[in-house]
Design a protein around this ligand. Structure first.
Ligand SMILES: [Zn+2]
Length: 208
């Protein structure tokens, strides 16, 4: 009987030197507990685990037909396997081809990536240099601007003080002129008064 935990081993006949396959009991009579064997000579499961069971099994008609056709079946199976193998080899060749193409594309991509990275670094460096140069120009312009403003302030101050001086001179002259004008006016009034007096005296003399 098959122990619950043991999977049966699939039975296969032996290839004999004389040619052809023959039944040979796989069970060692010296071993007390035997591994069960399964023979696939017919659709129903056929198991044996003793020499006696084996001897009985190989006598049945299914099994004898199976043994007779075994070589042909093996050859057919081999042929099928060969066909399958060829198909698999073809598929493998196609896959290897794809793999090679993929590797080639990958290495091209890596090269392109390296090239782009290097050109990006170069562009970055140039940009940094330009920024530095611009910053230095801005600094220099700011300094120039400060100097110009100082110069402008100096010029303005100078102009202002010149104007102030001119204004002061003008005011002074105006004051002098006003005083002179007042003096002349006084003089004129005095002359007119004298003339009036003289005229009055002349009128008096004439009317006497
Ligand atoms: Zn069988």
């Amino acid at each position: 009987m098959e122990p619950a935990h043991t999977q049966p081993v699939v039975y296969a006949p032996m290839w004999m030197d004389g040619g052809g396959y023959q039944d040979k009991c796989p069970i060692d009579p010296r071993v007390r507990v035997h591994t069960p064997y399964e023979c696939r000579c017919r659709p129903q499961r056929a198991l044996f685990s003793t020499n006696t069971e084996f001897s009985q099994h190989i006598k049945n008609k299914y099994h004898r037909d199976w043994i007779q056709n075994y070589h042909r079946t093996v050859c057919e199976d081999l042929e099928l396997l060969n066909v399958e193998n060829k198909g698999l080899k073809r598929e493998m060749a196609i896959l290897y081809g794809k793999l090679e193409k993929g590797e080639l594309r990958w290495s091209r991509d890596v090269a392109e990536h390296v090239r782009l990275e290097s050109s990006l670094k170069h562009a970055n460096r140039q940009l940094s240099e330009k920024i530095e140069s611009l910053e230095s120009r801005i600094l220099s312009l700011v300094e120039d601007n400060v100097i110009l403003r100082v110069q402008q302030d100096t010029v303005h101050e100078k102009k202002y003080s010149d104007l102030q001086e001119k204004f002061d001179a003008f005011v002074e002259k105006h004051q002098t002129d006003t005083l002179e004008h007042a003096r002349v006016q006084e003089e004129l009034k005095r002359v007119i008064a004298t003339q009036r007096e003289t005229m009055d005296q002349l009128k008096k003399v004439l009317t006497q």
